[in-house]
Design a protein around this ligand. Structure first.
Ligand code: 6PG
Length: 256
């Protein structure tokens, strides 16, 4: 068997998606508290797509809404479609509807990708925004937690199959085209070096439609060009896969 995940990656399998969201949300509260104690802020990167919606709803409601240090939390996006923020395809809009509306966060804490610009211009602007939020001299901040989804074609964020995404360059963002389930194709994404500098990464994977791709990403031997989610390997951080039993149904390795 070709087990590609690193030894310190964790795969957590839950009977139901509801349990997956409960445990992921509780873990976010712990990480946020720890980040605030250590660095006085919590830097969180949100994912788009359908899977994180129930998690965002949970974070927006009591008891978690009060449990999280929102005023010290800075929200970023791992990717965005080149559409205005009120467009139905906007990842910002999804997060605004599921989460932000309940929070009244200071504007300075919400770092959205300006999808209303061309993808190239939005990528440039977001790189500057990331630099401004980084510790002295760095090109981007070291995020406390990055949330990611997994497309059934193996993409994550907007890192699509078939492209050579930079693995070492200092480029923080990319303008890309990639089509997936009729969602907008012109996009901006953070790059693997940015994700891989994070302290923690949670992949959220739910439903039987993800079973084949999850087995390929975690246990297969195809390259990261075919399955870009395999590029996510933080140098000094932890990856946790939050998976429901339907999505885990084709894994052959025993996981906790
Ligand atoms: C996006 C995402 C993308 C998403 C996957 C999985 O903007 O679409 O960030 O990478 O996470 O496509 O999407 P689902 O959760 O809807 O399956």
């Amino acid at each position: 068997m070709n087990r590609s995940i690193d030894a310190n990656d964790k795969v957590r399998i839950f009977e139901t998606a509801a349990e997956l969201y409960d445990v992921a949300a509780a873990r976010i509260v712990e990480l946020a508290a720890k980040a605030v104690v250590s660095r006085d802020r919590f830097l969180l990167v949100l994912a788009g797509g359908e899977t994180p919606k129930p998690l965002y709803q949970k974070l927006a409601r009591e008891p978690l809404r009060t449990a999280l240090p929102w005023r010290k939390t800075h929200l970023f996006w791992g990717d965005e479609r080149a559409v205005p923020p009120d467009d139905a395809q906007s990842n910002y809009r999804m997060a605004a509807e599921q989460l932000l509306h309940a929070l009244s966060l200071p504007e300075a804490n919400v770092h959205r990708i300006p999808g209303e610009l061309s993808a190239a211009a939005a990528a440039r602007e977001y790189s500057q925004e990331l630099r401004a939020m980084a510790d002295g001299g760095q090109a981007w901040p070291r995020f406390d937690l990055v949330l990611l989804g997994l497309g059934s074609d193996g993409h994550t964020a907007s890192l699509f199959p078939g492209s050579m995404h930079p693995s070492r360059s200092a480029q923080a963002t990319l303008a890309v085209t990639g089509s997936y389930e009729q969602r907008a194709t012109s996009r901006v994404t953070l790059t693997p070096p940015v994700f891989n500098s994070a302290r923690n990464i949670f992949f959220l994977v739910s439903g039987e439609g993800k079973a084949d791709v999850l087995a390929n990403v975690l246990e297969g031997n195809k390259s990261a060009v075919r399955y870009p989610a395999r590029r996510i390997k933080p140098h000094n951080g932890c990856v946790t896969w939050f998976v429901d039993s339907a999505a885990a149904s084709k894994l052959t390795t025993r996981h906790e």
